[in-house]
Design a protein around this ligand. Structure first.
Ligand SMILES: Nc1ncnc2c1ncn2[C@@H]1O[C@H](COP(=O)(O)OP(=O)(O)OP(=O)(O)O)[C@@H](O)[C@H]1O
Length: 627
């Protein structure tokens, strides 16, 4: 039996195309070939369980070996093997997937899909690194003859009688000059570790030396000996394939440690398991967030039937959950997945919304089951929840019941609870409930204390995402306004239509304004004399809420560059009812008036951390001389 022929493809030579477009990363030849070998072993197991193969199964395994001198890499399996006819069909007609045939044949078998690769060109990725590829194979079928196939990367191939004596297949790659880097123990180990830690079929790559206890020496000290052992790649347990009911917390934590050896324990996890309308299993962990957020991205690993595909899961996982860790496995995603595939595939969108839904359900459950524990975790999960509420309408709808506000007294409220809490004290004359917040309780303490004196509550919005969260919440909630606690003097933060009279005459008001304008002498600061509670500070410096928010957004790259380029402008409110103001008016000379005004203004700046550099030094010196 010897036959020459031409591989049936429409393009004259498909290999350059494969090399160029299909795979960006040439190491994946190994992923494709080992996957094929593993599939072949799963198939023979299946055939045996269906009673269609009655021979000895033996220990099913895949083996990878290399020969530096001969410049070959060999992938061997004891799977179902191929007859010459099957080689022609499955390998030569590359547009025709062997999997399709297999599905046809065994479509009644319940989990046939699981053990079958999808239509594709996987095998031909071998030519990315080889000048010649040889197959030696012996089919499981009764009376099958060994067959071989050799092809040098042109469209010519040769099928002949093979040399294999036991069931299964060897794929021998004659590595080309450009790819000799793969002829290395280290390199191959690295690639195999990356893709096949969880392969369902035992995967052996040579041997490794281990030391074992070997009795005691003559002084009674333990002795050790070196032993050569099979180097097995896939020792780890893929817990996502097991039923949640069979797993304990320790199993999840242990698995997390295996995936991310140097990470702190996760906060909690979600076991994903769907089989309709798409197949998906996995475990997603909520990590303890560190400051270095970028470092924690791309930690979710995507698998297809326990073979690693990629850790760039954008499109599969919603953007706001990109900081989660863990594993997703879906046979509906082909091994040679590309970015454009992910974007176009309908299943991927469904997977994305399924994950969003699952995460929302888990959070709702944690919130309901043990609210104090949930609140304790809020510092870590709050960022996900807020980000999700901002970016995904569907998530917002669910999260509005478990998304929390935290106030400056460390109390937590749901959106609804909070409205109830502050409604009475914080409704303005137009019926809007005004929520006050601080981004920095230490810096804005004077404003917070002053708000508390009026029985107002102050929310803590001190994470980087809160800027956007505040605007989003305000849009969402009806008749609710959010104001930073230092956006105005406390009396005016919530306009209740009550007017306090101030004690100054018109002339005195003009005079005080003049004194302060002269003393401050900065165009960015606009002075106003206000009628305020005499107990309030004599001078308060504020920035308009709208202006400040626009500037904050511009600073974060939110596109508000028009506002970003505007100079800062502040309002200086002088408390016309404060003792100090009368004192200034009564001072004997202008220089004393100016000094007092300047001192009061600097104190206001100081309380907000706005007094720095030379101004701060001048303030300290002036204070000393005043004492
Ligand atoms: N080691 C092997 N043992 C038995 N049959 C194999 C082996 N390798 C490949 N084949 C057969 O050749 C066919 C084509 O393989 P190829 O990798 O090109 O595509 P696939 O595995 O069907 O799809 P994909 O790799 O894209 O998931 C396989 O479906 C299988 O029938």
């Amino acid at each position: 039996m010897q036959e020459k022929g031409t591989i049936s493809i429409h393009t004259e030579n498909i290999f350059p195309i494969i090399k160029k477009f299909l795979y960006s990363d040439n190491e994946i030849f190994l992923r494709e070939l080992v996957s094929n070998a593993s599939d072949a072993t799963q198939k023979i197991k299946r055939l045996a369980s269906l009673g269609q193969y009655n021979g000895e199964l033996g220990e099913l395994q895949v083996e990878v070996a290399f020969d530096e001198k001969k410049k070959t890499i060999t992938i061997s399996d004891n799977g179902l093997g191929m007859t010459a006819e099957e080689i022609k069909k499955y390998i030569n007609q590359i547009a025709f997937s062997g999997a399709t045939e297999f599905v046809e044949k065994f479509k009644d078998a319940k989990d046939a899909n699981e053990i079958i690769g999808k239509f594709g060109l996987g095998f031909y990725s071998a030519f990315m690194v080889s000048e010649k590829v040889e197959i030696q194979t012996l089919s499981y079928q009764d009376g099958a003859e060994p067959a071989s196939w050799i092809c040098d990367g042109s469209t010519e191939f040769e099928i002949a009688k093979g040399t294999r004596t036991s069931r299964g297949t060897d794929v021998i790659l004659y590595i080309n000059a450009d790819s000799e880097e793969f002829l290395s123990q280290y390199k191959l180990q690295e690639i195999l570790d990356k893709y096949f830690k969880f392969l369902p079929t035992k995967l052996v790559f040579g041997t490794k030396t281990e030391s074992e206890p070997d009795g005691e020496d003559k002084d009674g000290k333990p002795q050790y000996k070196s032993v050569e052992k099979e180097n097995i790649i896939n020792g780890a347990k893929p817990i996502w394939t097991l039923a949640p009911a069979d797993l304990k917390d320790e199993d999840y934590l242990q698995f997390y440690k295996e995936l991310y050896p140097f990470s702190e324990d996760p906060l909690f996890w979600i076991h994903l398991n769907v089989d309709y309308p798409f197949n998906l299993t996995g475990v997603l962990y909520f990590p303890k967030l560190k400051n270095d957020v970028e470092f924690q991205r791309n930690k979710i690993k995507l698998f297809s039937r326990q073979v690693f595909i990629t850790d760039e899961v954008k499109d599969i996982v919603p953007e706001f959950l990109m900081l989660l860790h863990g594993v997703i496995d879906s046979p509906d995603i082909p091994l040679n997945v590309s970015r454009s595939f992910l974007q176009a595939d309908g299943n991927v969108k469904k997977i994305n919304s399924y994950i969003t839904k699952k995460v929302a359900e888990k959070l709702a459950e944690l919130f309901k089951k043990d609210r104090p524990a949930y609140e304790q975790k809020w510092n870590d999960i709050g960022i996900f929840v807020k980000y999700g509420m901002i970016s995904e309408e569907k998530f917002y709808e669910k999260a509005k019941d478990f998304g929390l506000f935290k106030n400056t007294d460390n109390q937590y409220f749901t959106l609804e609870e909070y409205k109830e809490k502050v409604k009475a004290a914080q409704t303005d004359k137009d019926g809007n409930v005004v929520y006050l917040y601080t981004i920095d309780p230490a810096k804005q303490d004077a404003f917070i204390q002053s708000a508390k004196k009026k029985n107002y509550d102050v929310l803590l919005m001190d994470t980087p995402i809160d800027n956007h969260f505040v605007s989003h919440i305000e849009n969402k909630l009806e008749k609710v306004q959010l104001k930073r606690v230092d956006a105005d003097v406390t009396d005016k933060l919530i306009d209740k239509g009550e007017k306090l009279e101030h004690a100054l005459s018109e002339d005195q008001t003009k005079k005080v304004k003049e004194i302060f304008e002269k003393a401050i002498n900065k165009p960015a600061y606009q002075v106003n004399i206000e009628a305020m509670n005499p107990e309030e500070l004599p001078v308060t410096v504020t920035m308009d809420e709208f202006m400040r928010r626009m500037k904050d957004m511009a600073a974060m790259g939110g596109g508000m560059s028009f506002y970003g380029n505007m100079p800062d402008s502040y309002k200086v409110a002088i408390n016309g009812n404060h003792k100090l103001v009368s004192k200034i008016l009564q001072a004997e000379d202008e220089s004393t008036q100016a000094a007092l005004a300047k001192q009061a203004f600097d104190l206001a700046l100081l309380s907000q951390g706005l007094l720095t550099g030379a101004d701060l030094t001048a303030f300290v010196n002036r204070s000393v001389s005043l004492i």
